[in-house]
Design a protein around this ligand. Sequence first.
Ligand SMILES: *Cc1c(COP(=O)(O)O)cnc(C)c1O
Length: 361
Amino acid sequence: MRYERQAIADMQGYSYGEQPETAGVIKLNTNENPYPPSPGVAEALNGFDVNILRRYPEATSRKFRIAAADLHGLTGEQIIATNGGDELLRLAVTTFVPSGGVMGGVVPGYSLYPVLAAVQNAHFLTSSLQADYLLSENIADEMNAKGAKLLLLVNPHAPSGSLTDVSVLDQIAERFDGVLLLDEAYVDFVDPGTEYNALKLLAKHENVLILRTLSKGYSLAGLRFAYGMGAPKLIQPMMDKTKDSYNLDALAQCLAERALSDQLYAQEIWSKVRAERTRLREALQNLGWHSPASEANFILARCPKTDDATAQSYFKALRERNILVRYFEAPDLADMLRITLGRPEENDALLSALADITTGM
Ligand SMILES: *Cc1c(COP(=O)(O)O)cnc(C)c1O
C-alpha cells in the first residue's frame, strides 16, 4: 500500500550536494561563500533576547522588507521575504502555475526547477541553450506556444556562471505571457564593471519577479533567508495566500536584517571572491581546464582531453584528497567539474591536487 500521490511516486527528488561531517575537508561543491558572515551578524546573535521566541514572529518580516526596499530603491509591497530562495521558487510555482499546467526553463539549469514542477503536477518545458550558454532567441515564443505560466531563468547562469544582458531579459519579459522569474542567487558576485542591473526591469514590466538570497552573497546558507522583488500584483498573492503563515522565525529575521545592513563587509568579500575567480580561471587554463567566463562564485571547467582522464575520475581522486567539487552525471556536463571558489589557500590546494592527479594518470 502506497499513500503518496501518483505524481510524487513517479518523480525524482532533488539531489543534494554532499555536506561532510568531518573537519579538514576543502568544500568547493555547493557554492557556499568561503568567508564568514559579517561580524555584525555574530554580534546580533550574541545579543539576541531569547524571550523574543515566546511570541510568534512578525508574519511578513516587515523590518527586513523595509530594509531591502531601501537598499534597492523599492517599496515594502514590492518585496516578499522567504525561507531561502527555494521557498520563493516553490511559492512562484504554486501561485502562478496550475496543476497540470506548464512552466519552463533552460537545460542545463538549476536542477530544483523540474522537481518543483513535478510536485505541482506541472510539465517542465525546456529550451535548449545555444553555444556559450546563450538563451535561444525565441525562448518567449517557445514558452507562449505551450502556454507556460512561469519561466525560470537563473542569471548569472548555473552551472556555467555566464551572464545574460539585461536588454535580452527585457525583450523576453516583453514577449512572454506569463511570469518571468529571474533567479539572481549569484548576482552579488557579478563584476560591477558590467553595470548589470535587472532591477530596472521592475519599473517596466509587471510580470518580472527577481529572486535574491542571503545564502551565497551573505554567507548565510544555514540561516535560510531570501527575498523576491516584483510588482505588488505578483507579491501580494504569495504573501497573503500561499506562503506559510510564519515562514521566517524571529531569529532569522533579526540576523538577516543585520547582514543586509552590513553592505561594506559584504562588498569586501564579494570582491575577494571575484579576485580569486580571475586567478583560478587562469591557473586552471594553464593546467588545460577551460571554462566559460563566470560572473558567479563558481567555475565550470572542462576536463583536459586525454584518453582515460575523465572528469569523473578527477572528481573521485580529488575526493580521496579531501577536496569536494561537483560532478554532474548529465550528458552535456559529463566532461566537466563545477568548482566553487574558495579562499586563496583552498584554491591553491585544488590546483596542486589537479596537477598531481594528472601526473599520476
Ligand atoms: C542557491 C540557489 C538558490 C537559492 O538557494 P537558497 O539557499 O534556498 O536561498 C536559488 N537558485 C539557484 C540557482 C541557486 O544556486
